[in-house]
Write a protein that binds this ligand. Structure first.
Ligand SMILES: Nc1nc2c(ncn2[C@@H]2O[C@H](COP(=O)(O)OP(=O)(O)OP(=O)(O)O)[C@@H](O)[C@H]2O)c(=O)[nH]1
Length: 456
C-alpha cells in the first residue's frame, strides 16, 4: 500500500486506468459472448419454433379435415342419391388424410430429433418422453380409426349396417390424441421462447450492472485524479504562502525536509521537496543578506576605533533630534573633549592614545542609557545626545561622567580626564545655535582649568 502511495503519478493513474480498461475488456467479452448466445438462440427459435408452428397449423387443419370427412361419410350414407361423392372418394380422402398426418408427425419428430442432436431443444427428458408417447398413442389411435372407417365404408358398400357408435368413438379418440399432441408441441415452442426471453433479460441485467460498475470506476478515477492534484497543489500553495509570510516578517523558514525519502516519492512530492529546499535556502540567503546589510549600515555609521557613531551619523541624528525637540521632546547635548591628549600621545605613544579613546567611550557607554547616543565628532572630541531628560538631570549626568572618568584607574593606561560643555534645547534653536552653545560651554570648561563641566 505504501509503495502504491509513494509510486509516481503516472504509475498511480496508469494502474487505475488498467483496472478500468480490464473491466471494460471483460465487459466487451461478456457482451460478445452473451450476444452470440442470444443469436444462436434466435437461430434455434427460427430452426425449431417456426417449422414446429407450421406443423401445429397443419395438424389443426387435418383435425378439421377429419371432421369434414366423417360428416361427408355420414351424408353419403344418409342420402346416397343426393350426393355426388361416392365411397371410393371418401376412401381416397381417408388415405390422403392418413398420409398427411403421418407426414406431419414424421416432420415434427424430425425437427425435434435434429433439435435435440444440435442441443437446441431445451426441454426436460420427461417432456421428450411424453411427446414420444403421445405420438405413438396417436399412431395407434389413427390406425384404429382408419380400420374402423374402412370397415364402415365396406359396410356401406355391401349394404350392411354401420357401427356409428364405434366410428364416432374412434373419431373422438383420434381428435383427443391430436389435441394432446398439439398441446405438447405448443408447450415445447413456448418453453423455447421463454428460455430465450429469460436469457435476454439476464443478459440485459448483467450488461447494465457491468456498465454501472465501469461508470463508477471511471468516475472514481476522475474524482481521484482531480482530488489528488487539488490536494497536492494546495499543499504547495501553503508552502509558498508560509514562505512569503516568513520573508515578510524577516524570519528563517524552517520547513521539515526529509532528504531520505525524497527519491522514493512521486513527481509532485519530489517537486514539493525541491521547492522546500529552494525556499529554505532562499530564506536563509535573504535573512543573511539582511544581516549583512544591517552590519554594513552599522559599519558605515560607526567609528572604527571606538565603536561610537561617526560624524556622518552625527549630522543626521542632530538634525532629526532637533526636529523632535522643536515639537516638544526634551534634548540635551554634551560635548566631551579629552584633556591634553596631545601629551598622552607624545608621552605614551599613539597606540596608548587609541586605547585611552576606546576606554573613554566604554566608560561613557556604561554610564549612559541605551537611548543616549555617543558620537565621535573629532579626533579626541565626542558628543552625547541625551533624550527625554530635564536639563538639571542632564547636567547631573554630565558631572557624573566627568567624575567617573577622572576617578577611573587602569594600570595599563595613563590617568586621563575630560572637559564637558553642556546645553539643552531652547525654542527656535537651529543646529548651529544648539551646537555652538555646547561648544562655548566646552570652551569655558577648557578655559576654566579642564576636567570640569560648564553649562551655557
Ligand atoms: N592616539 C590618537 N590620537 C589622536 C587621534 N585623533 C586625534 N589625536 C590627537 O589628539 C591630539 C589633540 O591635541 P589638541 O587638539 O592640541 O588638544 P589637547 O592636546 O587635547 O589639548 P586640549 O584639548 O586643549 O586639552 C592631537 O595630538 C592628535 O594627534 C586618534 O585617533 N588617536
Amino acid at each position: 500500500m505504501l509503495r502504491w502511495v509513494n509510486s509516481s503519478i503516472s504509475r498511480k493513474i496508469g494502474g487505475l486506468s488498467i483496472i478500468l480498461l480490464s473491466f471494460l475488456i471483460i465487459m466487451i467479452i461478456y457482451s460478445m459472448i452473451g450476444l452470440q448466445q442470444i443469436r444462436s438462440e434466435m437461430i434455434e427459435l427460427a430452426e425449431v419454433d417456426t417449422p414446429l408452428t407450421e406443423v401445429v397449423s397443419e395438424i389443426e387443419l387435418l383435425q378439421l379435415r377429419q371432421h369434414i370427412l366423417i360428416e361427408l361419410f355420414r351424408q353419403t350414407n344418409h342420402k346416397p342419391s343426393n350426393n355426388n361423392i361416392n365411397p371410393t372418394d371418401i376412401h381416397q380422402q381417408l388415405e390422403s388424410y392418413n398420409q398427411h398426418l403421418s407426414e406431419q408427425m414424421y416432420k415434427a419428430s424430425a425437427i425435434i430429433e435434429s433439435g435435440i442432436e444440435k442441443g437446441r431443444i431445451r426441454f426436460k427428458q420427461e417432456q421428450h418422453q411424453l411427446l414420444l408417447t403421445s405420438m405413438n398413442k396417436l399412431h395407434q389411435v389413427r390406425l384404429a380409426f382408419e380400420k374402423s372407417f374402412m370397415a364402415s365404408i365396406q359396410a356401406m358398400l355391401t349394404g350392411e349396417s354401420i357401427n356409428w357408435e364405434h366410428l364416432e368413438q374412434q373419431d373422438q379418440q383420434l381428435d383427443d390424441e391430436l389435441g394432446k399432441l398439439l398441446n405438447h408441441l405448443n408447450a415445447l415452442t413456448v418453453s423455447t421462447a421463454i428460455y430465450t426471453e429469460k436469457h435476454e433479460s439476464n443478459f440485459m441485467i448483467m450488461t447494465s450492472i457491468l456498465g454501472v460498475c465501469a461508470f463508477i470506476i471511471g468516475l472514481y478515477l476522475t474524482q481521484y485524479t482531480i482530488q489528488y492534484f487539488r490536494q497536492r497543489i494546495t499543499q504547495t500553495r501553503d508552502t509558498i504562502h508560509l514562505f512569503r509570510n516568513a520573508i515578510e516578517h524577516r524570519e528563517v523558514v524552517d520547513f521539515e525536509v526529509d532528504n531520505n525519502i525524497a527519491d522514493e516519492r512521486d513527481e509532485l512530492s519530489q517537486f514539493e521537496h525541491e521547492l522546500k529546499l529552494l525556499l529554505k535556502q532562499f530564506s536563509h540567503e535573504i535573512i543573511s543578506r539582511d544581516e549583512i546589510e544591517k552590519q554594513l549600515i552599522e559599519l558605515a555609521t560607526l567609528d572604527k576605533l571606538t565603536g561610537a557613531y561617526n560624524r556622518h551619523k552625527w549630522d543626521e541624528q542632530l538634525k532629526m533630534q532637533l526636529n523632535l525637540a522643536s515639537r516638544g521632546a526634551k534634548l540635551s547635548l554634551l560635548l566631551i573633549d579629552a584633556d591634553h591628549f596631545k601629551k598622552v600621545n607624545d608621552q605614551y605613544g599613539h597606540e596608548v592614545g587609541d586605547a585611552v579613546l576606546i576606554k573613554l567611550v566604554e566608560l561613557l557607554k556604561n554610564r549612559l542609557r541605551e537611548t543616549d547616543t555617543i558620537f565621535r565628532i573629532g579626533g579626541e572630541e565626542f558628543a552625547v545626545l541625551i533624550k527625554q531628560t530635564e536639563h538639571e538631570q542632564s547636567l547631573e549626568i554630565a558631572k557624573l561622567l566627568q567624575t567617573k572618568i577622572d576617578t577611573y584607574r587602569d594600570a595599563s593606561l595613563p590617568h586621563f580626564t575630560v572637559s564637558i560643555g553642556i546645553t539643552s534645547y531652547q525654542a527656535g534653536d537651529t543646529t548651529t545655535d544648539f551646537f555652538n552653545r555646547a561648544d562655548n560651554a566646552l570652551y569655558l570648561a577648557k578655559a576654566n582649568g579642564r576636567n570640569r563641566v560648564e553649562v551655557v
